[in-house]
Design a protein around this ligand. Structure first.
Ligand SMILES: *Cc1c(COP(=O)(O)O)cnc(C)c1O
Length: 381
């Protein structure tokens, strides 16, 4: 579509800004912003709901890293209003930032209990995820906690030797355990034998520890089958539209749309080059559109010459180097693209997974790299 992002077919208008009609000047913020990141909270909530199974486990929301770059506040509020009562973040300050938005929900900190932070956990009702015996001892009986056991990541969580020590001396664990949890190494690869190995290790560790509810699966782990479900699943990526089943069509709805404005369109003669270091040469007389997007916006420089933008259902190739604030596209075959046109670089037909494949990374890095400079529009849940 050539209109403002809010006129995208099938998407309602932006929150609180009133309707934006195609061909009609939108709110000041929309018409002046050179780049608009639209986050569809309705799709987010639909994705969260779709991960529920009849008689299945509770479904948490993993909203670390500012909800994978999409905004922890709006995301937490939308999930909470949909009924989500379990939230995971990486660090205590992320928990404190959303604590009052999700008043009676569990907010758990995956990263471990940094010394000196214990009283802040207690004061704000935040749940630590204890991952070493030292943390278990330091937390003592202060409040409920989650116990993390390592089953193969070798990153956080009690080692098998530490589980042995605790099993031999159960009185050492003084606090109520909300969950025993672990984390899968290769859940997006269903055939990886590590999945069953980790499942067996998790069952073994659980059997040796005090009775508690259990949590193992991240987004992709949910799709490994009911034996991985336990009492609570912990999806992050899938909520935000990243494909949890990379070898099959994406079952999740797209959540993110990134629209950028064309600033200028110029004619370039055959043989002329475009951009830093002249990495692209026009083979024919070409029209080059310069758009408001660069690596300072988290649009990875490694996408230079590899990404496309979507316009009116067709794709236009990105040419030359991505620079700090600007990116160039070959729009020779698209005369309708004019200064002021909007191009999408993320959207329903261009997913974070697509960009990740072009950049040689994963969808998580694409989303968490999205910069603070975009005008953000949240579509209501
Ligand atoms: C990030 C994280 C998750 C969520 O993983 P996704 O693959 O994004 O669903 C779950 N559990 C732990 C321990 C994590 O660190």
């Amino acid at each position: 579509m050539n209109g403002a992002p809010a006129s995208w077919p099938g998407w309602p208008g932006p929150v609180g800004d009133g309707p934006v009609q195609p061909g009609h000047d939108g709110p000041e913020t929309l018409t002046t912003a050179p780049s608009v990141l639209t986050i569809d909270l309705g799709a987010l909530v639909a994705n969260w709901r779709s991960l529920h199974r009849p008689d299945g486990p509770a479904v948490a929301g993993v909203i670390k890293a500012d909800a994978y770059g999409l905004g922890a506040g709006p995301v937490a509020t939308a999930l909470y209003e949909a009924g989500c009562r379990h939230f995971f973040v990486a660090w205590l300050q992320e928990a404190l930032a959303i604590r009052s938005s999700v008043p009676d929900a569990m907010v758990a900190v995956l990263g471990g209990l940094i010394p000196g932070t214990e009283q802040a956990y207690v004061a704000r009702g935040v749940t630590p995820v204890l991952g070493t015996l030292e943390e278990v001892d330091r937390w003592g009986a202060i409040g409920p906690a989650i116990l993390h056991v390592d089953t193969g990541m070798s990153r956080l969580g009690l080692s098998p030797a530490e589980v042995d020590i605790l099993a031999a001396d159960p009185g050492r664990l003084l606090c109520p355990l909300l969950y025993v949890m672990s984390h899968l190494v290769s859940s997006e690869v269903p055939g990886d034998p590590l999945n069953t190995v980790q499942l067996a290790r998790f069952e073994t560790a659980r059997a040796r520890l005090p009775v508690a509810a259990a949590s193992l699966a991240n987004s992709s782990g949910i799709f490994l089958g009911p034996s991985y479900a336990f009492d609570l699943v912990r999806p992050g990526a899938a909520l935000y539209g990243i494909n949890p089943t990379p070898d099959a069509p994406n079952p999740m709805r797209p959540v993110v749309r990134l629209s950028i404005r064309v600033l200028s369109v110029r004619d370039v003669r055959a043989g002329e080059t475009v951009g830093y270091n002249a990495t692209w040469t026009a083979r024919r007389p070409s029209r080059i559109a310069t758009a408001a997007l660069g690596y300072a916006d988290g649009f990875l420089r490694s996408l230079s010459g590899r990404a496309v933008a979507s316009f009116d259902g067709t794709h236009v190739p990105l040419v030359g180097r991505i620079s700090m604030d600007l990116t160039t596209f070959d729009v020779t075959d698209h005369p309708a693209i004019q200064p002021g046109s909007w191009l999408d670089v993320l959207g329903p037909d261009l997913t974070a997974d697509d960009l990740a494949a072009a950049a040689g990374t994963n969808g998580y890095e694409i989303l968490t790299s999205l910069g603070p400079r975009y005008q953000r529009v949240y579509l209501p849940a």
